[in-house]
Design a protein around this ligand. Sequence first.
Ligand code: UD1
Ligand code: M6R
Length: 371
Amino acid sequence: NKGNYEHYMQKEIHEQPESLKTTMRGRLIRGGSCKAKTVLLGGLKDHFKTIRRSRRIVFIGCGTSYNAALAARPILEELSGVPVTMEIASDLLDRQGPIYREDTAVFVSQSGETADTLQALEYALENGALCVGITNTVGSAIARHTHCGVHINAGAEIGVASTKAYTSQIVVMAMLALAIGGDTISSQTRREAIIDGLFDLPNKVREVLNLDQEMKDLAKLLVAEQSLLVFGRGYNYATALEGALKVKEVALMHSEGILAGEMKHGPLALVDENLPIIVIATRDSCFSKQQSVIQQLHARKGRVIVMCSKGEAVSVCPGGLGRVIEVPHVEDCLQPVINVVPLQLLAYHLTVLRGYNVDQPRNLAKSVTTQ
Ligand code: UD1
Ligand code: M6R
């Protein structure tokens, strides 16, 4: 049931304030004035000791689910102190890459039925790792075959392009980082800021959804382009990959997410006055590096569109050069949840304007159950 929306993808994008609330329901505890703020993940409570002692945490997934894990990686590394590595399921299988008994392998999948992810799970089970699932589908193969896990509870996702599952996956993995991380005095302020940020996140997502018309206008501007680049780094490298995946998957426009730190190692050669480039430069520890990326793109007459924190247009666009997308500022590790929303909206509007099928892009299936 699409309700008042024309497409499931549109409905699912606009549903995110509610789906994120459901994801967090019963799992975030604010406590009284002197009680600590904590996270409860019922499905993992008997396994945290093992996870904390593991030699590394390996995230495994495909497509958008892989991108969600990539977005959560920095906060998991910061709070847990355990090294976190990333594997695309098919690549792990192609290489028969090393997985050890001392590893915690985390399988991220909306459907819980993706063939490559499921096969990587069988492989990790054979190798003796602790296998944790993060899935949206109760009773799915991945939920059943993992030792333990967390359901993201985002509600059924119908559109082939994953939107609300992505933001709920990131939130679950941020909660996982909080739950694994020790309760040390030194990290207490940070932890509390993240928990407060999580409580407020649905409101901030509602706020960023107000950019709908602005993204429709941007889509009109970009509708006939051949290609769109998205530059990100740090917490928002994943946002660049995910924004580009949405654009190519539904709008059938070539798009690439690029790690901004790699710009001078190749992508800079593509820059001219025609190719549109979205640069994600919201306020975090990478901000000044992104400012310098923007300057260098302008120096080569690049067609730059900057995503920045609200009120910061002047510091990212000196002299009013280029277009800006201003988004609400949240705790750095939660910013990917906000920043992906305008890109989801852009991909949606580009698809409608280009006249393609929004909910069923050509050649794709919602759940890839064959290899
Ligand atoms: C559970 C109930 C929820 C109830 C809550 C009350 C289910 C599915 N969930 O939620 O309805 O409101 O208790 O406290 O009955 N699991 C895996 N692999 C996965 C995902 C989950 O093994 O990929 C396992 C978990 O380890 C857990 C069980 O499935 O044993 C349920 O997980 P989850 O729904 O996340 O647990 P709760 O949030 O505690
Ligand atoms: O169900 P899964 O999360 O395992 O699916 C993984 C990918 O097939 C999926 O995310 C795909 O990339 C989406 N169509 C992206 O929107």
